[in-house]
Every structure is written in C-alpha cells, then in structure tokens.
Write a protein that binds this ligand. Sequence first.
Ligand SMILES: [Ca+2]
Ligand SMILES: [Ca+2]
Ligand SMILES: [Ca+2]
Ligand SMILES: [Ca+2]
Length: 328
Amino acid sequence: MHWSNPQLFAVACFAPASLLALGASPVPARETTLFRVNQLELRDPHVFAFACFDATAQLNQVAYDSLTQDSDGDGFLDASVVLAFRPLDQSAGCGGMTPSNGLCTAPESSTTCEVDPTSAPSSVAYTNLKVGSCLGALPGTTTGYVPAVTETASPCFLTDEFAFEFTLGGIAIPLQHVRAAGTYVGNPATVINDGLIRGFLSEADADATIIPPMVPLVGGQPVSAVLAGRTGICTAGDDRDFGPDGVTTGWWFYVNFTAEVVPFACDDPTDLDGDCDTDLADFESFHPCPSGPAVGPPECNCVPTDFDANGHSDLNDYAIFQTSFTGP
Ligand SMILES: [Ca+2]
Ligand SMILES: [Ca+2]
Ligand SMILES: [Ca+2]
Ligand SMILES: [Ca+2]
C-alpha cells in the first residue's frame, strides 16, 4: 500500500473524522542529536595513480580538506557526512537515525548542519552494544595495508544496511550494503571515536563512476582504474572481493572516521529527513510506521515517528505530523 497524500491517508486509515478532532497532542518531545564527521580516512582498498604510485594518503588529505574548508566560497563546507540520531538514546536497545550527506555552514568551528535533501536520506535502525565490537572488516576482504582498518569497540552503535553515495575527496562513490558504526564518548556522547563506514562498490559501478578531472593524481579515470584489481596496478595482489551475494565482484570499502556533535539547523521532529521542512518526503518516511497503542513499541527505524515519545507511533503522532505539514 502506497499513500502519496496525507489527507487521503488520514481518511482511509483513521476514519471516522471525529478521531481527527483529537487534535495535536502535547508539544513534540523528540530531539535530534547530529554528529558531523570531522576526520575520515580510507583504509582499504588503496588507490593508485600512474599504475604504481600509492595515492591513498593524498586522497585522504583532499578528503580532509573538503571536510574543513569552503574552497568555492558558497558559505558551506565543501563536504559533510552527518549522522542524525532521532533521538540519541544510548540506553535503549535500538533507535532510528538518518545517515546522509550534510549541508554545513562554514567555518567549521561554528558550523550548523542540516541534511542534504539531494542525498535521498532515509531513516535506518541503529542498535546499541555495551560489550564486544560493533563492526570490523569482513574476513578475507582486506589486503594488509598500514594502518589497518580499526574495529569499532563498545559502547557503540551499529546501523542496519543502507545505500549511500559516499563522497570521498570529491569522488561520489555509490556504496551498497553500507553499515556505519562508532564508539560513543560520553553519555550523552558528544564525540564518536573509531567510527567505521563499511560498504560495497561493485565492479560495474566502479567502471561507471568517473573521478572528477579536478581531483589530483587520479582525476578523469573510472574508479575501477585506480583500484587494484583487473587493471595493471603493481601491488602484490588483487584488492577485489565478492559482494554479499557471493557472486558480484567489487571492493569492500573501509573508511574510519571520528565525529562530533554540532548544532542541527532544523528542530521540528516531524521533519523526518532533516532538511528543514515537513513535506511529502517526510510523509513517505512516516506513513509505513503508525502501529497503534495495542501493537507495542515502534520498530527501531520508526522510533523517530513517535513524536510525543509515549512509546507508540499512532494517531496522536499523525495529528502532530499534520499540524506541521507544509505541503509538497
Ligand atoms: Ca563550499
Ligand atoms: Ca578487498
Ligand atoms: Ca523534511
Ligand atoms: Ca507517540
């Protein structure tokens, strides 16, 4: 069932209309905690220029510069990756969050962020772990580069899988089966350490992704031409891996990161994708979620739709959504 119109949805699901007269419930209690990645490093695979030159350190430097600078002077830091927890609840077993590219004002020292709506953000579930490790490299998918991929130790969060066009030093890499994890520092955390983004780039997508010409050393080529694989790159081996289906060839990417809390520019909880409005895109995230008081707590990725934080995603939350709705 697919609802594209909130009014229609209300009439069809929540008739009789007298129920709607319940009106908006108490002031929404949900808060968003937004972490912005302030450092990241591709650990595996490595990238190569002119067949033999390992340009990974140079690419990581470009990636760091784009996180911290506004080189084109448009008022926004050139690249931002954000994790918006809705809410951040380290004591819960799980919750919902939005990982996406961000629009973050320059300079970095006083930045505020919103989610970049063009990155098609959606809510994913995250799980908290108090013991053990949240995420590391899959067996047999790394090549022994130094420094190695850092595992994310507890206390930590781990997201479910999502798709993400990850921008690394100006290269938009379409990763599939992405999971993100990080170690909480503090409670509530203000910093994430030993973060790890793990995702799969298929060989076909690597062929189709051309590195922008302005990227130093490796610009103008397909991504597949700068990774160790079928091309004549003079490493000892082949960095290619199999994807989750065991058949598709490509590369598991491992990017370690740290992040810190920065102010979130949009404070309405009904703005589910975090781009500072409550429109149809937010409704798309909301409409699969309402379950009703008899059904129990919402699924982890639906926790953000429990606007009044009463443990259910239901008619009252819909009423709150409707008051904030600003149209398509
Ligand atoms: Ca900029
Ligand atoms: Ca590999
Ligand atoms: Ca929105
Ligand atoms: Ca609720």
